[in-house]
Design a protein around this ligand. Sequence first.
Ligand code: GDP
Ligand code: MG
Length: 732
Amino acid sequence: MPVKETGLGNHAMLTKIDKLRELNVGSLIPLPQLVVVGDQSSGKSSVLESLTGFSFPRAPGLCTRYATQITCCRDPVTSVAISIIPRPDANEELKMKLLGFHRHIDGELDNDELANIFHEANLTMGIRMKTNDISQIGAFSQDILKIEVNGPEQNHLTVIDVPGIFRVPTPGLTTETDITLVENMVKSYMSNRRTIILAVMPCNVDIATQEILKLAEAADAEGTRTMGVLTKPDLATEIATRDAIIDLVVGKKGHLKLGYYVVKNRSADDSSSTLAERAAAEKAFFMDLPWTAIGDRCGISALKRRLRDILMKISKQEFPFVKAEIEQRLRKCEANLESMGPTRADQGSQRQYLGRLATSFQTTTQAALNANYAGERLFRSDPDLKLITRMIKLQNVFANVFREHAHMQQFDASSDANSSSDDNNEVSENRTPPVSNDVDKSESKKTVVAFKALLAKYCELHDIIVDKAYRCPKPDNKPIMDRITEVFDSSRGPDLGTFSGTVLSTIFEEQSEKWEPLTLFHVSNAIALVHDFIFRLLCHLCPEKQVRDQLWDSLLVDPLRVLYRKAMDHARFLLSIERGGRPSTFNHYFNDILQKKRGERLARSLENKSIDLADHYRERSGRYVSLEILRSSAMNKDNEKQVCEDILDIFESYYKVAQKRFVDIVYQQVISHFLLDGDESPVKAFGPDMVMRLNDEQLELIAGEDEEFKKRRMTLQQERVSLSAALKVVRA
Ligand code: GDP
Ligand code: MG
């Protein structure tokens, strides 16, 4: 492997990444790094020591209780600086205390001095060092101990040492919880996709059973960023064990793409040798068989060269992404802070906050009512907010079903199939195009499904709107004429050729029986839509769940229910007038239809007496009847039949006019006025007026900030500070 000298530019990039870690960006965005993991006593610290030239103090009980970041830098002066990077969730007080810890040693290191510094660092972090020491917080900490090693011999390299995994708690010192805590800490370092995992394992154990390899495989299934570092080769005395290791290193076994390295550190008995002596001893050790066969993968200097290369490569490759992620995360953080609004400590700011919310609620509502969707991003992200469009669709389905199916009996069983197109010919202006039955059916099915979902979502509507979707059955095919004759018979007076007014109203009431359930279902559906709109919009505009819930539960639901009830009552009122009152209309279409019906009836009765003159007079197509036949045709009818036919024509003409009028009025009054556009419609309930009327307690209840909220804001603010600083670093 060629030794690549670290250029100045590369050095600057590595420094930037170290700075990002110091800014705690590592907890937000994965940073390129080398992390040493392994079981307790597998030799992690020893490897680190050999790699960095930094000797951990040797003292009983001083095992790794927190992540330690060792950064080597080339500097003419030999020195070591030790400080603490506070855990991400530290409060201001703790943060100040931790940041206050700073030690600097010039020149060579003294073991006792170093042990002292470590001891002080542990105290600052609140690490329990002795058994049953309850004055301290715990045995492990999420803080990072940062050690900067400077010297003329150094090359830029940063390695992170994490606590070793262990399986049995020490009574009074470590607990089962600590085991999980450490395992999670190790896992979280390993899961970082930009971490190069150095899995340290001693040669004198069975590598295949090492748990750390399983953990590494779970975090890095491909094995592209895991390297095996085998320690204690001097303790592998059996030839079989050594052969197994050689096989592993040569690549006969194992799936790690970065391969395995073997290093020999100081043994437990050796407490006096210097680093240079250690290096010499290692070199001599690997001169022997069988290690010469894998010489390029033995020894700390080979490992160090390789690690520097890898770190450089991954840093170079990932740096642009890290930069982009910082920018992205900062934007998100700022958007979140923005949505939390300014601090709301007093009534003034609380009222202002709610006032703003109400104003934007009304602005969006106006856009939703006018189908003015272009300007608002919300309508694209949540198309269900297109209120007026949804409502018009609903009303269209209602109008179609009403026209096709709302009458109990078919008017004329024979003209059943084309009754709807007849209808359209009669009232020719402003008519809706005939809707195909299939489209109609699927639309009304959709309406039913949507209604059920809304009903399940909003239980506060249950005692106001209908509790079931109504599917309108088809009109009965029995001729209505029979029923008319019956009613006429039972209410007949002495008059000749006329009929009592109650005949019409009786039949009308019977014929319009389905109007009631159909209309009430429609209005219920409209109410559910409006309610859903209000709730959805509130969710979008007020992401603060606590504020939203209070606003909804204690301020909006009750007044909304009153308004919905009004709409339902009005629908019932319209039904009672239309169905219970005396039939009346001043609409001239009534006469148009009536005359046409009469004409048609006459034409039908003469149809088989007519002749076609086309054979004789080519230019006169159509059928003809003589005046004589016309004169005698009416004579064969009895009086009662004549009257009933009249009743049918009048009734049918009236029904059609009334039905159209009713559908329009339901929209105009119930939907449009009571639910959408009226000054007191539910969509206008949450406006600045309402906010102005709130008293101080209500304001505090709704818009006051609780502890959790304040904490979240603080976390976001800290995040913003770190990320802004990080952005400056990467852009520098
Ligand atoms: P850690 O708990 O993983 O950090 O392990 P340490 O680095 O503290 O090492 C545990 C023990 O193993 C120490 O006593 C070391 O001196 C010893 N040790 C580490 N590496 C070697 C090695 O290569 N050979 C021998 N004989 N002992 C080693
Ligand atoms: Mg250690």
